[in-house]
Design a binder for this molecule. Structure first.
Ligand SMILES: Nc1nc2c(ncn2[C@@H]2O[C@H](COP(=O)(O)OP(=O)(O)OP(=O)(O)O)[C@@H](O)[C@H]2O)c(=O)[nH]1
Ligand SMILES: [Mg+2]
Length: 302
């Protein structure tokens, strides 16, 4: 007779999808990268850096986590692109097993409350109170945790620092308990569902977000015109689309110096990510109104 204990002692394999959601800039992408251990999703200080759904896969047998990074959900700006980003958040929530709702430990805002409203009531939600490293006095957290507790019956609330890696194993433990029993869905060495073209375009966009002021990044998007591999070398031709000629001038900088810095930073990151040499050429083109209508946004992959 089979040992009836056996099913309990041998850890069953678990695998599932975990949406990481929250208002802009709370550290969702930093958290995904820290959990997976690789910089897959782009990050910056500016809100709405992330514009696409992107997964980061972490395999720690017997568990495989498929984390889903999402754009910052926001209700302040209302353009065609903002609407798309919010829709991406809602769509991402439709087919996951668990939600991680990310907050900034420093404050809970009306925008956070707007996010809480879109979390499906039937899904288990783990609240990650991020950036605890920025609190001088950890007691400041207590009233916030109380306020959170009064909002909904969360599965767990875990204070973390994505930046410092604090309490990420606690967060993973809470998530693992909620994942369905399933064999892994991806090979153990797979890190994301996105291809190298996408990752390359994103990395150029990250440098634009990091190296430019508060307006131009929002007027840009990046497309990959050519991506060729010759042995270990990847040859990538990217185009940055901007809305106006003045933005093109800002992006290029004096004698093209700013664009050169953006391309150099992006290339170095990509060489690390792809583990091989990269030749990256970046052009800047004016395409008026690229972000204003649905057809154009769809064409551009939004
Ligand atoms: N001090 C501190 N900073 C953090 C932490 N996590 C993220 N950050 C910083 O917060 C800023 C925003 O991080 P992102 O990961 O891009 O935030 P996001 O929520 O993905 O933002 P959007 O994609 O724009 O919605 C960056 O400057 C990060 O370095 C943390 O634990 N501690
Ligand atoms: Mg992000």
């Amino acid at each position: 007779m089979p040992d009836p204990q056996q099913g309990d002692t041998a850890a069953a394999s678990r695998c599932g999808f975990v949406a990481i959601v929250g208002r802009p800039s709370v550290g969702k992408s930093t958290l995904l990268n820290a959990l997976v251990g690789t910089r897959i999703s782009i990050t910056s200080r500016k809100p709405q850096t992330t514009r696409h759904r992107i997964t980061g896969i972490l395999t720690e047998p017997p568990v495989q986590y498929v984390f889903v990074d999402t754009p910052g959900f926001q209700t302040r700006h209302r353009g065609a692109l903002n609407e798309r980003l919010n829709r991406t958040v809602r769509d991402s929530l439709a087919d996951v097993d668990v939600v991680v709702w990310v907050l900034d430990a420093a404050r809970i805002t009306p925008e956070d409350e707007a996010v809480a409203q879109v979390l499906p009531p039937e899904l288990p939600v783990v609240v990650a109170v991020n950036k605890v490293d920025t609190l001088k006095d950890k007691r400041a957290l207590l009233p916030r945790l109380e306020a959170l507790g009064a909002m909904r019956d969360w599965t767990a609330i875990v204070p973390v620092s994505a930046d410092k890696g604090t309490q990420l194993s606690d967060l993973k433990r809470e998530i693992a308990k909620l994942l369905p029993e399933s064999p892994p869905l991806y090979p153990a060495d797979e890190l994301t569902d996105r291809d190298e073209r996408f990752l390359a375009a994103e990395r150029v966009r990250e440098k634009i977000f990091r190296l430019l002021g508060d307006e131009v990044p929002y007027a840009t998007t990046v497309t990959i015109d050519k991506f060729e591999q010759e042995g270990r070398l990847r040859r990538i031709h990217a185009t940055v689309l901007v809305d106006r000629a003045t933005q093109r001038a800002i992006l290029l900088g004096e004698g093209g110096s700013r664009m050169k810095a953006i391309a150099t930073d992006a290339r170095k990151d990509l060489e690390r990510l792809f583990d091989g040499p990269v030749f990256l050429e970046v052009w800047v083109r004016v395409k008026r109104g690229w972000a204003n209508d649905d057809a154009s946004l769809t064409r551009l992959g939004y």
